[in-house]
Design a protein around this ligand. Structure first.
Ligand SMILES: [Zn+2]
Length: 204
């Protein structure tokens, strides 16, 4: 993935201008505005889910544009982490993982952990099949995920990591699974925060 990015001429993931993975103009729209977020579990998000943010996050998740990880980590640098934190990325469905070949939240957590000199762990998995959250209403998301995750025991305060928080259903399920495994979750961090606009038009 990274090799291809260095060989092929790049276009901006948001405006398609030839040059860098994300051009300066689009990058300036991703200004960190860290805010605390409460979704029944507390956490922090670095930016709003704008059109540019959507393009950048999708390019990373769906098209393997891992060159964006550095920019995402810079945005997340505005959020402080507990000392000795263990960063744990949220799992993806088996279908998504097969399609992408990687778990986006886990590689984001790994990269950020290296940068911030804390640990990361791949410690969450889905124990059963789940539907794509993006297609579901608030209530369906809750049911879809309830009791769906399994966690490994870790030693240290866990910070959950994901690209975007919407209803927080995934974060709450991850925290539940973590608690069952005896882990202490101190909260979560995400690149972006968004809200489910209406239950009829769910957006991830
Ligand atoms: Zn651009």
């Amino acid at each position: 993935m990274q090799l291809l990015e260095t060989l092929l001429p790049s276009t901006c993931v948001a405006c398609r201008k030839v040059g860098r993975t994300i051009c300066d103009n689009c990058l300036s729209e991703l200004e960190a505005q860290p805010r605390s977020v409460d979704r029944g579990i507390k956490g922090w998000s670095a930016i709003d889910y704008s059109k540019t943010a959507t393009s950048a996050i999708n390019a990373f998740k769906e098209h393997g544009r891992t060159a964006l990880l550095g920019e995402f980590c810079k945005l997340l640098d505005t959020i402080s982490l507990p000392e000795n934190a263990i960063l744990v990325g949220l799992p993806s469905s088996a279908t998504a993982t097969r399609k992408r070949g990687f778990v986006p939240a886990e590689i984001l957590a790994d990269r950020l952990a290296r940068r911030r000199s804390v640990r990361s762990a791949h410690a969450l998995v889905f124990s059963r099949k789940i539907a794509d959250q993006a297609l579901l209403s608030r209530e369906q998301r809750e049911t879809n995920l309830a009791g769906s995750m399994l966690a490994k025991p870790l030693s240290g305060p866990v910070v959950l990591v994901d690209d975007v928080v919407t209803t927080g259903a995934s974060m709450r399920e991850a925290a539940r699974a973590m608690a069952v495994a005896g882990n202490q979750v101190t909260g979560f961090i995400t690149i972006a925060e968004t809200i489910l606009k209406t239950d009829a038009e769910p957006k991830k």
